[in-house]
Design a protein around this ligand. Structure first.
Ligand SMILES: NC(=O)c1ccc[n+]([C@@H]2O[C@H](COP(=O)([O-])OP(=O)(O)OC[C@H]3O[C@@H](n4cnc5c(N)ncnc54)[C@H](OP(=O)(O)O)[C@@H]3O)[C@@H](O)[C@H]2O)c1
Length: 254
């Protein structure tokens, strides 16, 4: 069993703890979080600490803290002959340079602590400085996910960039859509089947073939009407930028 301490009990840390507790390859020996947190029933028997001085010895320390905190936090961890890995898509192994046995355990999914999540379908991207540590992280990842991939820091950064386009930006657009509806007392629920189908159809169609809408059709009247309706100048700018990009993609003149 790989004895594991998870450091950070936020969006990612919480889901990793819940999955590791079920894993037959890992023994979740401790959870660290700076502040008090509500602990789910299934994790009640795991020791929860708030001081780094109380850290126990383990084979693996998994740091699930915000990107900007990883380096300074890892510098505070004592050097042991254990693997220290972070869960970030955008930080390289450099952030853990104090520790010789450094690694990455990046789950490629959008996590919010209040949501339940089945990690078995979530790709986990692994990297490690040493091949034997890579094998350990792969073994651990394969015990909680069916999609495990070894990738380099450079590849992971590109993947993270693509993930921002595929998830964070569309989510912001959902927020803008909900603001537009809210201004006119219309319910965001009306859009949910559309959002679900848009995400679902790229399972079987390449995104370039799945595009619809006025920009794809070159429907200038509708585009002009939409621009008139937009009272928020930031929303108008984004509408114009995306419309331009879609027209460029499909070869329509502006
Ligand atoms: N969220 C995602 O969708 C996602 C997906 C894949 C990978 N990741 C990566 O996973 C890592 C964690 O992300 P997250 O979304 O789980 O973060 P998060 O929920 O914002 O924060 C995680 C924990 O970090 C603690 N924390 C914040 N600053 C700290 C500091 N300076 N020292 C000690 N503890 C600190 C917080 O403790 P308190 O409770 O005390 O504030 C919180 O419990 C990041 O590297 C992120 O890039 C995130």
């Amino acid at each position: 069993m790989i004895s594991t301490v998870v450091l950070g009990f936020g969006n990612v840390g919480k889901h990793l703890c819940l999955a590791l507790e079920q894993s037959d390859a890992a023994q979740l020996v401790q959870i660290y979080n700076r502040s008090e947190s509500e602990v789910p029933e299934s994790l009640q028997k795991v020791e929860f600490i708030h001081e780094l001085g109380d850290l126990t010895r383990a084979d693996l320390y998994l740091i699930a803290l915000p990107d900007d905190a990883i380096k300074s936090f890892s510098d505070k961890l004592k050097k042991h002959n254990s693997v220290v890995a972070h869960t970030s898509g955008s930080k390289s192994l450099e952030a853990l340079k104090k520790h010789d046995r450094a690694g990455v355990f990046y789950p490629l999914q959008t996590f919010s602590s209040e949501r339940t999540m089945d990690l078995r379908t979530v790709p986990i991207c692994i990297e490690a400085k040493h091949p034997e540590d890579e094998a350990m992280l792969v073994q651990l990842a394969e015990s909680i996910s069916e999609k495990v991939k070894v990738i380099s820091s450079e590849e992971r950064k590109k993947l993270h960039l693509a993930a921002v386009f595929a998830s964070n930006f569309p989510n912001h657009l959902y927020h803008m859509a909900s603001e537009i509806l809210g201004e006119h007392q219309l319910d965001f629920d009306l859009l949910k089947p559309l959002i679900a189908e848009t995400a679902d159809k790229i399972q079987s169609l390449p995104p370039v073939d799945a595009q619809t809408g006025p920009a794809r059709r070159g429907d200038e009247n509708t585009i002009e009407n939409h621009l008139h309706l937009l009272t928020n100048s930031r929303f108008r700018e984004i509408y114009e930028l995306l419309t331009h990009s879609i027209k460029e993609t499909y070869g329509k003149k502006l």
